[in-house]
Design a protein around this ligand. Structure first.
Ligand code: TAP
Length: 481
């Protein structure tokens, strides 16, 4: 139970100005869709309709790609210094409008305002600042001989970090001289549409960034468009495989950032109180809607009981509820469909024999909610140890030796991230060497920085985003053919 009650501290909605309906952002202006069926975006916390959004039809995708192609000539011919100025301008406007972005993100996505305000929006702005700095230094980035942009990039992103994923995609593309058509997820289009307004405010040349809203078929049409030179996708492994099939045999380049089932590994010499915070942050941050979430806790057998007790005590203090309340730790599940998926997989966990536990917590009557949940007695063969739940559900397994921890951690089709908690530096290095994961955190978890490459092994995808490695995905080298 919480040690004391908190008075509500809701962030004001007055700072956002949501239009009743939105067009598509093509060629620098908002335009009507040609033939798409409009859809509604709702607040997952209340099911209130926030706005009506346009669905981009195939014809609209064609228009957006044509606008990006037209803009490519002059944008790629600009000096790096001038491209950098636009990116700096965008970054500064995002900072100036940070509160607006944060409130809108929490409304449309359901994530706590504390997270959108302190993580999503500042990290998104940081990505633009970072890549603005690279724009005039590409020849010194060890990207190969005469790095050149690919051309038009088609980008499709998921709903868990809508603005941040947009920043990961658009900032490096623009810094390297590409132009962009981006499709946000159907359930979270609003911050991408606000970003379109920022592009206008920054006087970004028309067509350099185009934002088309819609669902899977719009994404499919964009990826398959013959005039798209490079594809950048973040989302599920299933859709990533479909995209790889679509573009196989074409000249298109691709980076795929897909799912994960990360192991967060706690040794008996770890600083336990910090580890408990790391475990909580690893799986309950953003309701567990995190590709690199520490969704499998591997704890050394000798401290398993102690960790379980401490974890339960800590979970009982988490506040679940209104995303706009500054005290909220866990917000709403993003959609009815995602809630259904989490509910189904949690029921499978029970049916397979694992022990389920949640703290007592009252969930709001409307909207989509799931109490923080841990499963103990989980076997490696259980579906909750193998499949990505993408919700606030932690599976706890035990191990005895470092070798066993590595074997269990690697026993998944994914390989996106991992965490290690121990006092021994040599053990951290040995473990990091043996873990098949693109990102390994030591004595921390879920830390992101634009300078640091992020991406996966195996079914977690290929390519890296962030850092110099991320830039390399947006350039080609050598003489033009
Ligand atoms: P998906 O269902 O894969 O959707 C991702 C995006 O692809 C959405 O914009 C979606 O549109 C669109 N899409 C759906 N079908 C498509 C198709 N056939 N062709 C082209 N685009 C298509 O994933 P999700 O449920 O939104 O996101 C959760 C998944 O993303 C998790 O598995 C998570 O691990 C992964 N994820 C990975 C990372 C990284 S960096 N590795 C980061 C965040 C999330 P609609 O949603 O509008 O239908």
């Amino acid at each position: 139970m919480p040690t004391f009650e908190y008075a509500p501290a809701p962030e004001s909605r007055a700072v956002v100005d949501i239009a009743s309906s939105y067009g598509l952002f093509i060629g620098g202006e908002f335009v009507e869709s040609r033939g798409g069926t409009p859809f509604k975006t709702i607040s997952p916390a209340t099911e209130e309709v926030l706005a009506q959004v346009s669905e981009a039809s195939e014809q609209d995708v064609d228009r957006a790609v044509a606008a990006a192609r037209t803009a490519f000539g002059s944008w790629s011919a600009l000096s790096g210094t001038d491209r950098g100025k636009y990116l700096f301008r965008i970054a500064r406007i995002m900072q100036e409008r940070a509160r607006e972005f944060a409130v809108l993100e929490s409304l449309d996505n359901g994530k706590p305002i504390r997270e959108s305000r302190d993580v999503d929006v500042p990290t998104a702005a940081a990505h633009f600042f970072y890549h603005a700095g690279w724009a005039d230094k590409l020849s010194y980035a060890s990207l190969g001989d005469r790095p050149r942009p690919h051309g038009v990039v088609g980008q499709v992103i998921p709903w868990n970090f809508p603005l941040l994923m947009l920043a990961w995609k658009i900032a490096p593309a623009l810094a390297t001289g590409n132009t962009v058509v981006l499709k946000p997820a159907e359930t979270t289009p609003l911050t991408a549409l606000l970003f379109a307004q920022v592009c206008q405010q920054a006087d970004l040349p028309p067509g350099v960034v185009n934002i088309i809203t819609g669902a899977g078929p719009t994404g499919q049409a964009l990826i398959a468009h013959p005039d798209v030179d490079k594809v950048a996708f973040t989302g599920s492994t299933a859709v990533g495989k479909a995209i790889a099939t679509t573009i196989a045999g074409t000249r298109k380049r691709a980076t795929l950032e897909l799912g994960g089932k990360a192991a967060n590994i706690v040794f008996d010499d770890a600083p336990l109180d910090q580890a408990i915070e790391g475990i909580v942050n690893g799986i309950f941050f953003n309701q567990g809607h995190v590709c690199c979430a520490g969704s499998r806790l591997l704890v050394q057998e000798s401290i398993a009981e102690e960790v379980e007790t401490k974890l339960k005590t800590r979970l009982a203090t988490l506040r679940v509820g209104d995303p706009l309340d500054k005290n909220t730790d866990i917000g709403a599940i993003n959609s009815a469909a995602q809630l259904e998926r989490i509910t189904t997989l949690a029921a499978v966990g029970e049916a397979e024999g694992a022990t389920r536990w949640s703290p007592e917590c009252e969930l709001p009557a409307n909207g989509f909610w799931f109490a923080p949940t841990i499963f103990t007695g989980v076997a490696q063969t259980h579906r909750i140890a193998q499949e990505e739940i993408f919700g606030p559900v932690l599976s706890v397994l035990t191990f005895r030796t470092p070798g066993e921890a590595v074997a269990k951690a690697n026993n998944t089709p994914y390989g996106l991230s991992a965490g290690i908690w121990t006092e021994k530096g040599s053990r951290i290095l040995w473990m990091a060497d043996h873990l098949k994961a693109g990102v390994v955190w030591a004595n921390t978890f879920n830390k992101f920085d634009p300078t640091s490459p992020f991406g996966g092994y195996k079914e977690s995808g290929y390519g890296r985003e962030g850092g110099r490695h991320g830039l390399s995905a947006y350039v080609t080298t050598g003489d033009p053919t």
